[in-house]
Design a protein around this ligand. Structure first.
Ligand SMILES: [Zn+2]
Length: 281
Protein backbone atom coordinates (compact mmCIF):
# COMPACT_ATOMS: atom_id res chain seq x y z
CA UNK A 1 0.00 0.00 0.00
CA UNK A 2 1.44 3.36 -1.03
CA UNK A 3 2.09 5.83 1.77
CA UNK A 4 0.64 9.27 1.00
CA UNK A 5 1.41 12.52 2.82
CA UNK A 6 -0.88 15.52 2.55
CA UNK A 7 0.91 18.73 3.53
CA UNK A 8 -1.36 21.54 4.70
CA UNK A 9 -1.20 24.63 6.88
CA UNK A 10 -4.16 26.62 8.27
CA UNK A 11 -2.37 29.88 7.41
CA UNK A 12 -3.06 29.17 3.73
CA UNK A 13 -6.68 30.19 4.12
CA UNK A 14 -6.15 33.13 6.44
CA UNK A 15 -2.82 34.58 5.29
CA UNK A 16 -2.51 33.11 1.80
CA UNK A 17 -2.11 35.20 -1.33
CA UNK A 18 -5.21 37.39 -1.61
CA UNK A 19 -6.55 35.63 -4.70
CA UNK A 20 -5.73 32.16 -3.34
CA UNK A 21 -6.85 32.17 0.28
CA UNK A 22 -10.58 31.94 -0.47
CA UNK A 23 -10.24 28.68 -2.38
CA UNK A 24 -9.22 26.63 0.65
CA UNK A 25 -12.05 27.64 3.00
CA UNK A 26 -13.49 24.10 2.92
CA UNK A 27 -10.17 22.49 3.89
CA UNK A 28 -9.08 20.37 5.63
CA UNK A 29 -12.74 19.40 6.26
CA UNK A 30 -13.24 18.43 2.61
CA UNK A 31 -10.57 15.76 3.08
CA UNK A 32 -12.47 13.94 5.81
CA UNK A 33 -13.31 10.94 3.62
CA UNK A 34 -9.88 10.47 2.11
CA UNK A 35 -8.09 10.96 5.44
CA UNK A 36 -9.90 7.91 6.79
CA UNK A 37 -7.81 5.77 4.46
CA UNK A 38 -5.10 4.02 6.48
CA UNK A 39 -2.32 5.05 4.10
CA UNK A 40 -3.10 8.80 4.00
CA UNK A 41 -1.61 11.16 6.58
CA UNK A 42 -2.31 14.86 7.08
CA UNK A 43 0.89 16.72 7.99
CA UNK A 44 1.40 20.36 8.88
CA UNK A 45 3.76 22.24 6.57
CA UNK A 46 6.86 23.34 8.49
CA UNK A 47 8.05 26.90 7.99
CA UNK A 48 10.99 27.04 5.57
CA UNK A 49 14.11 28.66 6.97
CA UNK A 50 15.34 31.88 5.44
CA UNK A 51 18.63 30.10 4.71
CA UNK A 52 16.83 27.54 2.58
CA UNK A 53 15.20 30.26 0.49
CA UNK A 54 18.47 32.20 0.17
CA UNK A 55 20.00 29.23 -1.64
CA UNK A 56 17.82 30.18 -4.63
CA UNK A 57 16.67 33.80 -4.27
CA UNK A 58 19.03 36.71 -3.46
CA UNK A 59 18.71 38.52 -0.16
CA UNK A 60 17.16 41.67 -1.64
CA UNK A 61 14.37 39.68 -3.29
CA UNK A 62 13.59 37.83 -0.05
CA UNK A 63 13.52 41.17 1.79
CA UNK A 64 11.00 42.54 -0.72
CA UNK A 65 8.79 39.46 -0.37
CA UNK A 66 8.98 39.79 3.43
CA UNK A 67 7.45 43.26 3.14
CA UNK A 68 4.57 42.00 1.02
CA UNK A 69 1.50 41.09 3.06
CA UNK A 70 0.32 38.69 0.34
CA UNK A 71 3.45 36.58 0.87
CA UNK A 72 2.85 35.93 4.57
CA UNK A 73 2.24 32.22 4.00
CA UNK A 74 5.10 31.81 1.52
CA UNK A 75 7.48 30.29 4.10
CA UNK A 76 4.96 27.55 4.99
CA UNK A 77 4.20 27.01 1.29
CA UNK A 78 7.88 26.41 0.51
CA UNK A 79 8.41 24.49 3.75
CA UNK A 80 5.68 21.99 2.89
CA UNK A 81 7.03 21.33 -0.60
CA UNK A 82 10.58 20.91 0.71
CA UNK A 83 9.50 18.60 3.56
CA UNK A 84 7.36 16.51 1.22
CA UNK A 85 10.12 16.20 -1.37
CA UNK A 86 12.65 15.23 1.29
CA UNK A 87 10.32 12.58 2.77
CA UNK A 88 9.74 11.16 -0.71
CA UNK A 89 13.44 11.15 -1.56
CA UNK A 90 14.21 9.39 1.75
CA UNK A 91 11.58 6.73 1.06
CA UNK A 92 9.42 7.74 4.04
CA UNK A 93 6.50 8.45 1.67
CA UNK A 94 5.62 7.19 -1.82
CA UNK A 95 3.36 10.03 -2.92
CA UNK A 96 2.55 13.46 -1.54
CA UNK A 97 0.15 16.32 -2.14
CA UNK A 98 1.17 19.82 -1.05
CA UNK A 99 -1.32 22.58 -0.47
CA UNK A 100 0.11 26.09 -0.88
CA UNK A 101 -0.99 29.54 0.21
CA UNK A 102 1.26 31.36 -2.26
CA UNK A 103 2.14 30.15 -5.73
CA UNK A 104 5.66 29.31 -6.83
CA UNK A 105 6.25 28.81 -10.52
CA UNK A 106 6.15 32.50 -11.55
CA UNK A 107 8.82 33.45 -9.00
CA UNK A 108 12.15 33.99 -10.76
CA UNK A 109 15.57 34.83 -9.40
CA UNK A 110 14.76 38.40 -8.37
CA UNK A 111 11.07 38.85 -9.08
CA UNK A 112 7.81 37.61 -7.66
CA UNK A 113 4.42 38.32 -9.20
CA UNK A 114 1.06 36.92 -10.22
CA UNK A 115 0.31 35.05 -7.00
CA UNK A 116 3.82 33.57 -6.65
CA UNK A 117 6.28 34.59 -3.92
CA UNK A 118 9.16 32.10 -3.66
CA UNK A 119 9.79 29.31 -6.15
CA UNK A 120 8.76 26.37 -4.00
CA UNK A 121 9.79 23.56 -6.35
CA UNK A 122 13.25 24.93 -7.22
CA UNK A 123 13.99 25.70 -3.55
CA UNK A 124 12.83 22.20 -2.57
CA UNK A 125 14.95 20.39 -5.14
CA UNK A 126 17.98 22.51 -4.24
CA UNK A 127 17.50 21.53 -0.59
CA UNK A 128 16.83 17.88 -1.35
CA UNK A 129 19.98 17.59 -3.45
CA UNK A 130 21.93 18.72 -0.39
CA UNK A 131 20.39 16.28 2.07
CA UNK A 132 19.57 13.18 0.00
CA UNK A 133 20.97 11.21 -2.92
CA UNK A 134 18.25 12.48 -5.31
CA UNK A 135 19.73 14.38 -8.24
CA UNK A 136 17.42 14.08 -11.22
CA UNK A 137 13.96 15.59 -11.27
CA UNK A 138 11.17 15.69 -13.84
CA UNK A 139 8.67 18.54 -13.46
CA UNK A 140 5.38 18.17 -15.29
CA UNK A 141 3.59 21.52 -15.11
CA UNK A 142 -0.08 21.46 -16.05
CA UNK A 143 -1.01 24.74 -14.39
CA UNK A 144 -2.84 26.89 -16.96
CA UNK A 145 -0.18 29.63 -16.71
CA UNK A 146 3.40 29.55 -17.91
CA UNK A 147 6.14 28.39 -15.52
CA UNK A 148 8.48 31.25 -16.44
CA UNK A 149 10.13 31.61 -13.04
CA UNK A 150 10.95 27.92 -12.75
CA UNK A 151 12.44 27.85 -16.26
CA UNK A 152 14.59 30.90 -15.51
CA UNK A 153 15.89 29.46 -12.24
CA UNK A 154 16.63 26.03 -13.65
CA UNK A 155 18.62 27.53 -16.51
CA UNK A 156 20.51 24.74 -18.20
CA UNK A 157 20.44 22.33 -15.28
CA UNK A 158 21.28 19.03 -16.98
CA UNK A 159 19.48 16.98 -14.35
CA UNK A 160 16.02 18.50 -14.55
CA UNK A 161 13.48 17.78 -17.27
CA UNK A 162 10.73 20.41 -17.35
CA UNK A 163 7.60 20.02 -19.45
CA UNK A 164 5.16 22.93 -19.34
CA UNK A 165 1.72 22.37 -20.78
CA UNK A 166 0.35 25.78 -21.67
CA UNK A 167 0.12 27.94 -24.78
CA UNK A 168 3.16 27.56 -27.01
CA UNK A 169 5.34 24.89 -28.59
CA UNK A 170 9.10 24.78 -28.30
CA UNK A 171 11.96 22.69 -27.04
CA UNK A 172 15.40 23.87 -25.93
CA UNK A 173 18.49 22.58 -27.74
CA UNK A 174 19.32 20.18 -24.91
CA UNK A 175 15.76 18.80 -25.00
CA UNK A 176 15.28 19.39 -21.27
CA UNK A 177 12.73 22.22 -21.36
CA UNK A 178 9.63 21.68 -23.44
CA UNK A 179 6.58 23.81 -24.01
CA UNK A 180 3.46 22.08 -25.21
CA UNK A 181 0.45 24.04 -26.42
CA UNK A 182 -2.70 22.45 -25.08
CA UNK A 183 -5.01 25.37 -25.83
CA UNK A 184 -6.81 24.57 -29.08
CA UNK A 185 -8.25 27.29 -31.29
CA UNK A 186 -11.65 25.80 -30.64
CA UNK A 187 -12.29 25.14 -26.96
CA UNK A 188 -14.49 22.14 -27.59
CA UNK A 189 -11.64 19.61 -27.78
CA UNK A 190 -9.80 21.01 -24.75
CA UNK A 191 -9.88 18.06 -22.35
CA UNK A 192 -9.32 15.48 -25.08
CA UNK A 193 -6.38 17.38 -26.55
CA UNK A 194 -4.88 17.95 -23.10
CA UNK A 195 -4.97 14.27 -22.15
CA UNK A 196 -3.63 13.26 -25.58
CA UNK A 197 -0.68 15.64 -25.25
CA UNK A 198 0.01 14.51 -21.69
CA UNK A 199 0.11 10.88 -22.83
CA UNK A 200 2.27 11.80 -25.80
CA UNK A 201 4.95 13.56 -23.75
CA UNK A 202 5.12 11.36 -20.65
CA UNK A 203 7.44 8.85 -22.41
CA UNK A 204 10.07 11.62 -22.38
CA UNK A 205 9.95 11.48 -18.59
CA UNK A 206 10.37 7.73 -18.74
CA UNK A 207 13.48 8.10 -20.97
CA UNK A 208 14.93 10.74 -18.62
CA UNK A 209 14.70 8.38 -15.64
CA UNK A 210 14.32 10.94 -12.86
CA UNK A 211 14.85 10.13 -9.20
CA UNK A 212 11.60 11.92 -8.38
CA UNK A 213 8.57 13.23 -10.32
CA UNK A 214 6.92 16.55 -9.59
CA UNK A 215 3.45 17.36 -10.88
CA UNK A 216 2.88 21.11 -10.63
CA UNK A 217 -0.89 21.00 -10.71
CA UNK A 218 -3.27 23.92 -11.07
CA UNK A 219 -7.02 23.63 -11.23
CA UNK A 220 -7.14 26.96 -13.08
CA UNK A 221 -7.69 24.91 -16.25
CA UNK A 222 -11.07 23.73 -14.87
CA UNK A 223 -14.13 24.44 -17.00
CA UNK A 224 -15.45 26.95 -14.42
CA UNK A 225 -12.17 28.85 -13.92
CA UNK A 226 -11.22 32.04 -15.84
CA UNK A 227 -8.24 30.36 -17.59
CA UNK A 228 -10.41 27.38 -18.49
CA UNK A 229 -9.21 24.61 -20.71
CA UNK A 230 -12.54 22.88 -20.15
CA UNK A 231 -11.20 20.23 -17.76
CA UNK A 232 -13.46 18.57 -15.20
CA UNK A 233 -12.93 16.52 -12.05
CA UNK A 234 -12.76 13.35 -14.16
CA UNK A 235 -9.97 14.77 -16.32
CA UNK A 236 -7.84 15.65 -13.28
CA UNK A 237 -8.25 12.18 -11.81
CA UNK A 238 -7.33 10.71 -15.21
CA UNK A 239 -4.23 12.94 -15.36
CA UNK A 240 -3.28 11.88 -11.85
CA UNK A 241 -3.70 8.26 -12.87
CA UNK A 242 -1.28 8.71 -15.78
CA UNK A 243 1.35 10.24 -13.49
CA UNK A 244 0.85 7.62 -10.78
CA UNK A 245 1.33 4.85 -13.37
CA UNK A 246 4.45 6.48 -14.74
CA UNK A 247 5.95 6.97 -11.27
CA UNK A 248 5.18 3.36 -10.37
CA UNK A 249 6.64 2.02 -13.63
CA UNK A 250 9.83 3.93 -12.88
CA UNK A 251 9.73 2.92 -9.22
CA UNK A 252 9.98 6.60 -8.23
CA UNK A 253 8.02 8.82 -5.84
CA UNK A 254 5.47 11.40 -7.02
CA UNK A 255 5.03 14.87 -5.55
CA UNK A 256 1.95 16.94 -6.41
CA UNK A 257 2.21 20.68 -5.75
CA UNK A 258 -0.87 22.87 -5.81
CA UNK A 259 -0.47 25.81 -8.18
CA UNK A 260 -3.20 28.08 -9.51
CA UNK A 261 -6.98 27.99 -9.32
CA UNK A 262 -9.18 30.38 -7.37
CA UNK A 263 -12.71 29.02 -7.07
CA UNK A 264 -13.57 27.47 -3.70
CA UNK A 265 -16.20 25.10 -5.10
CA UNK A 266 -13.76 23.79 -7.72
CA UNK A 267 -11.03 23.20 -5.12
CA UNK A 268 -13.45 21.21 -2.95
CA UNK A 269 -14.59 19.18 -5.96
CA UNK A 270 -11.16 18.45 -7.48
CA UNK A 271 -8.53 18.14 -4.72
CA UNK A 272 -10.03 15.28 -2.65
CA UNK A 273 -10.38 13.21 -5.85
CA UNK A 274 -6.70 13.69 -6.66
CA UNK A 275 -5.59 12.71 -3.16
CA UNK A 276 -7.90 9.67 -3.30
CA UNK A 277 -6.26 8.64 -6.59
CA UNK A 278 -2.82 9.06 -5.01
CA UNK A 279 -3.87 6.71 -2.22
CA UNK A 280 -4.87 3.95 -4.65
CA UNK A 281 -2.56 1.49 -6.38
ZN1 LIG B 1 4.56 27.17 -20.31
Amino acid sequence: MKQVGVFYHPAFKTQGYLTLRGRLQDFPGALEGVLQRPNVRLLECPRASREMILKVHPREMVAMADLEDECRSAYESVGGVAAAMEALAQGELDRAFCFTGAGGHHAGLREFWDSSCFNDVVIALTHVREVTAARRFAIIDTDATHAGGTLQLLGEDPEVLHICFCRSNYCTADGLALEVNVYPSSGSRGPQLFLEKLQKYLPKVREFRPDLLVWYFGFNSHVDEPASLGLTETDYVASCGLLVSLADDLGRPLLVVLGGGVIRRVAAAVIPGIIKRLSED
